[in-house]
Design a protein around this ligand. Structure first.
Ligand code: ADQ
Length: 741
């Protein structure tokens, strides 16, 4: 792994809340640094590099003198820069869109998610205010690390203003399945916002998978090796499970204050078994469901009555949001009801604490509890599970953990339960309370080892070294970009040349993709561009396409360009009206063999269809459901490979197509016909977007301009252009340059 020390530039952490909150008191402002969570995770890095933290300080003041005072103190003592946000907009942004739209939706609580345009606008506005503030201070070699769901639009807002800066983003909550995510009315805007980052981090592999699936379904962006290409820039999404400060929890039992409290608690619990749960009071944590399961346990296993208590520790959270206030009432009621039903003098079934506890009081609870019952209905990670295991330095204790918490991916040796399955929880509780100490240790040991290895510091370092890698590889993608000096050099070479050859692919190069192949008719702008290029006597213009020759003839036959169709199987000189067939392209026999195979895949894939080009057979899946389409394409490729061994056929996967054709036929071979003409061309430009164009690129002589459209995949071409609009812009610029001479 890379050394953090060696990295240049500042690390700028951006989060909604600063890790220190400012409070107005009678004696001026009080500053409370927050402990735990992200603040601790990143504290270690502060010693190794210059670090600045930007966010809301917890209060807002309009008074410039007060602002200056707070700013100065935060800068000096905490390396923090406060953002004073307008209270009304902040409320709509925070209590509104962040906590009543994104939070419930991303945790699969669609019934709680509501969608208000006003709140969405406030969300955008606050993200914009963050972007403005960053603009004032950001330097080109800074690395920004933006945190969490309140700031999902910020990466792109910063990218637009500062294309060169390195941006990381980490999402602390789940990224839901694309079926849930697509409910959000502003889904594309959110995806686009995130794509401003170079690296997007998630807690779990599944969240990254859901993210890529949303990119594919909603934006048509295909991933390759966990990366997508956005405006010629690679964007990576990967998994970085957040850890905890293991040493802090592991050594807790050594503190006298903790030991003292443990002794006290033991006395109070009178050696009864203790089951513990610790959460923010949030509907995602499954607090009510857990208490009901505990009640069911007491009913199903009456022998445990008076022998076990459940300690439920809840931190007050988002009390201004109505759903949370109502949950608080329900929890209060349920505790009262269960204690009323089962309690006896000397035994309270549920001990309910509604407050935040300092570390010295939280650690003793972990230490005296026989079982940690961590059953959120949905949780991005859940650190309580990890803290419990780490605090139990002797390896005892049983963790019952929900399969819908991100941490379940790492803590597989725990008793994993479905939080909605009350019977399963009852059984797990019984098993946990009776588990032999040896088994407890055997289960906990590997989990503890994993927690030690991937602790909070390693998490941050891992993310930052991946971010560093993205910063390093970005130029490799951009260095091929045909913009700026290279664009000018191409135009100059074109202007000076007397014999120019232009080899142009059609679909995806001169024209964007459309849903059905027959709809890709050239518009007037394109026809005029081609006509004008062809009418310059210094130019030889060849359109080399995979399309069938009849279509090419009707669309482009009157423009004075040479035409190659069916990937080189047929061609037509510009002055001729006849199409010629390349000798080895013909053959009905192989088509009879292959056609039924393709037909099966048409039947099995709604939306797919078969095209017969005469010289090749094509299975199209652009209209199929994207993921099914990709899977079927892969299966079909495998099947066909089996059919064509030892035949002169070739199968290739192009843009949403699988095509079978004679292997001797390809665009490169077709291009040679013009490359060989004497005297030689002194300016050669080839532009194409898919694998079939690689054959053209591969036969070009040195000094030619090979341009790949869309940089998603590796290419032989030396230059990239983002899309067909840019190709047209280039062709128009060539015409204009030539007209000046
Ligand atoms: P949270 O939803 O807050 O965090 P969690 O990961 O469990 O959930 O973190 C809770 C933290 O608060 C723990 O460190 C815990 O010790 C502390 N805590 C809880 N109750 C407490 C109490 N009464 N007194 C004192 N401390 C208490 C969000 C996501 C999670 C994700 C984290 C980190 O919802 O899924 O794990 O961010 O990315």
């Amino acid at each position: 792994m890379e050394e953090v020390e060696k990295r240049a530039g500042r690390l700028v952490i951006v989060s909604n809340r600063l890790p220190v909150s400012v409070e107005r008191t009678e004696d001026g402002f009080a500053y409370h640094p927050s402990v735990g969570g992200l603040a601790t995770s990143l504290a270690a890095l502060r010693e190794q590099q210059e670090m600045l933290w930007i966010g809301w300080p917890g209060l807002t003041t309009d008074d410039p003198a007060e602002q200056a005072e707070i700013e100065e103190r935060l800068r000096q003592e905490f390396n923090a820069l406060p953002l004073f946000l307008p209270p009304e907009t902040f409320e709509l942004f925070y209590l509104g869109f962040s906590n009543r739209t994104i939070w419930p939706l991303f945790h699969y609580f669609t019934q709680y998610a509501h969608y208000e345009v006003k709140e969405w606008e406030a969300y955008r506005e606050i993200n914009e205010l963050f972007a403005q503030k960053l603009s004032e201070i950001v330097q080109p070699d800074d690395r920004l690390w933006i945190q969490d769901y309140q700031l999902m639009l910020l990466p792109m807002m910063v990218r637009r203003r500062h294309p060169e800066v390195t941006i990381g983003f980490f999402l602390h909550i789940p990224f839901p399945s694309s079926e849930i995510f697509r409910i959000l009315p502003w889904r594309e805007a959110v995806l686009e916002g995130l794509l401003g980052a170079d690296l997007i981090g998630f807690h779990s592999f599944n969240y990254a998978r859901h993210f890529f699936s949303s990119l594919l379904r909603l934006m048509g962006l295909e991933q390759e090796y966990s990366q997508v290409i956005v405006d010629g820039r690679p964007v990576r999404a990967d998994t970085f499970p957040l850890g905890i400060d293991v040493e802090r929890f592991r050594s807790a039992h050594e503190y006298p204050a903790v030991q003292h409290r443990v002794a006290e608690l033991h006395q109070q619990t009178q050696e009864r078994k203790i089951v513990l749960s610790v959460d923010r009071l949030d509907f995602t944590k499954g607090i009510l469901e857990r208490m009901k399961a505990f009640e069911a346990f007491l009913l199903a296993k009456p022998e445990w009555q008076e022998q076990v208590s459940l300690i439920t520790l809840c931190v007050p959270s988002r009390t201004d949001v109505p759903e949370y206030a109502s949950l608080k009432r329900q929890v209060d009621e349920m505790v009262g009801r269960i204690n009323g039903r089962f309690g006896r003098p000397g035994w309270v079934p549920i001990w309910y604490l509604y407050r935040s506890l300092p570390f010295e009081e939280l650690a003793p609870l972990y230490l005296i509890s026989d079982v940690a019952l961590v059953t959120p209905l949905r949780d991005g990670m859940n650190l309580v599970a990890k803290e419990y295991l780490a605090t139990r330095a002797d390896g005892t204790g049983v963790l019952v953990l929900s399969e819908t918490a991100g941490s379940a991916e790492e803590l597989g040796e725990a008793l994993i339960v479905n939080p909605h399955d009350r019977e399963e929880i009852v059984a797990a509780l019984n098993r946990a309370l009776t588990m032999p100490v040896e088994e407890q240790k055997t289960r906990n040991r590997p989990m503890l080892e994993r927690l030690k290895r991937y602790d909070t510091r390693r998490w941050a370092e891992d993310f930052l070294s991946q971010l560093e890698r993205m910063r390093r590889i970005r130029p490799r993608y951009q260095q091929k970009s045909l913009e700026g000096e290279r664009w000018e050099a191409l135009l100059e070479a074109y202007r000076q040349a007397e014999r120019r050859l232009l080899l142009l692919d059609y679909d995806g190069t001169l024209l964007g993709f459309v849903s059905r192949a027959e709809l890709a008719e050239p518009d007037e702008e394109l026809r005029s561009l081609l006509r004008r290029l062809a009418s310059d006597s210094r130019n030889t213009v060849v359109v080399i396409s995979g399309r069938d020759h009849v279509t090419l003839q009707s669309w482009l036959g009157d423009l004075g360009v040479h035409l190659v169709g069916e990937h080189g199987a047929r061609f037509r000189w510009k002055d001729s009206t006849e199409w010629e067939l390349v000798s080895d392209a013909a053959g009905d026999e192989w088509q009879e063999q292959i056609r039924p195979v393709l037909e099966v895949y048409v039947d099995r894939t709604p939306g797919a269809h078969l095209e017969d080009k005469g010289t090749s057979l094509v299975w199209h899946y652009r209209m199929a459901e994207p993921e099914l389409g990709s899977i079927r394409a892969m299966e079909l490729m495998n099947t066909l490979e089996g059919y064509i061994v030892n035949t002169p056929l070739h199968v290739m996967q192009g843009n949403k197509v699988v095509e079978v054709k004679p292997s001797e036929v390809n665009k490169g071979r077709a291009a040679r016909r013009w490359l060989r003409t004497e005297p030689h061309h002194n300016f050669i430009l080839a532009i194409g977007d898919d694998v079939t164009d690689e054959d053209t690129f591969s036969v070009l002589p040195e000094g030619s301009w090979a341009v790949k459209v869309g940089a998603a995949t590796q290419s032989r071409a030396g230059y990239d252009l983002p899309g067909p609009e840019d190709v047209r812009r280039l062709l128009a610029a060539m015409l204009e340059t030539a007209s000046k001479t």
